[in-house]
Design a protein around this ligand. Structure first.
Ligand code: SIN
Length: 295
């Protein structure tokens, strides 16, 4: 059966793509994500995401439904295992926050405390994430993004050779309780939650399914070891890769402004939340789009 084309498409929006002076990232200026994007506008945003890895949309006024609708244009959404931190009525939105209300944390207070790619611990990790600022601290709270394609490109030839065909294990619980942000206690995972986060195995170097570029795909938060290597060799190699992967020249630092929405590519980069003083409130809403099995 032929699909019926919509009679009217959304009006074209006039927006610019302004790349940052950094290894990755661009600002999309003049777009209103609360309005549906027509196919041509969507294709430009999609292309920019592939080209720049991180897209910054300033000053967006989005309801949770609009945040979810824009995210869904890129694929199915993944529901975070910490169900206690999903937005009521909108389980597609995961709350990242250090705010305590009535003695209970409203979100995960230390999400992103180590470099990582979202959901790399799943068999089908994430294509990308959209983080939308709800409440920002007066100081701190920046997010760093590091291009893992630039990291791979600049590896010495012998290291590239060594990594060929290597696979690594990723686990959600690897560093679950390691404290970095002062005083943040994570909830104990139930047996049901633990069953949902069984370790996954992925190539150490992945090929981006849409651009064909190669990038490193290990991270200090979730990767536990490289398969088929003695434990000490795996540990030493991962340590070197982590140091290399976060070199300053691969990084874009995002300093949040009110109502920013940032959309990044988990297949091409890793990111890190730098944290803020614990007495200052920070609340963010994240959607996570499902990607492909890495190859
Ligand atoms: C994340 O790792 O998704 C959270 C990043 C942040 O809160 O800055």
């Amino acid at each position: 059966m032929n699909a019926v084309a919509p009679l009217f498409s959304a009006p074209t929006q006039s927006f610019e793509i302004r790349p940052f002076n950094a290894a990755l990232g661009a600002e999309i200026v003049g777009i209103d994500l609360a309005r549906p994007l027509n196919d041509a506008d969507f294709a430009r945003v999609h292309r920019a995401h592939l080209d720049h890895g991180v897209l910054v949309f300033r000053d967006q006024q989005l309801t949770p439904e609009q945040h979810i609708a824009f995210s869904r244009r890129f694929g199915e959404l993944q529901i975070h295992v910490l169900r206690q931190f999903l937005l009521a009525g909108h389980p597609e939105i995961f709350i990242i926050s250090n705010v305590i209300e009535n003695g209970q944390p409203v979100g995960l207070g230390d999400a992103g405390k180590f470099w990582h790619s979202d959901l790399s611990y799943k068999d089908i990790p994430s294509l990308g994430s959209m983080l939308y600022a709800q409440e920002l601290p007066a100081e701190g709270g920046d997010t760093l993004f590091a291009s893992q394609q630039a990291a791979y490109d600049t590896l010495p030839a012998e290291v590239k050779k060594l990594l060929e065909g290597k696979r690594a294990a990723h686990s959600y619980v690897a560093r679950y309780n390691d404290e970095v942000f002062a005083g943040v206690q994570r909830p104990t995972l139930t047996a049901e939650q633990l069953a949902q986060v069984k370790p996954a195995i992925h190539p150490v170097v992945r090929t981006h399914p849409e651009t064909g570029r190669k990038g490193l795909f290990v991270n200090e938060n979730f990767t536990t070891h490289i398969l088929d290597l003695p434990a000490d060799e795996s540990r030493d190699l991962l340590k070197e890769l982590y140091t290399h992967s976060a070199r300053p020249e691969f990084i874009y630092r995002h300093q949040w402004q009110a109502n920013d929405l940032v959309f990044w590519d988990n297949r091409a980069l890793i990111h890190l939340a730098t944290g803020c003083p614990s007495h200052l409130r920070r609340r963010m809403h994240r959607t996570t789009i499902q990607g492909d099995v890495p190859f």
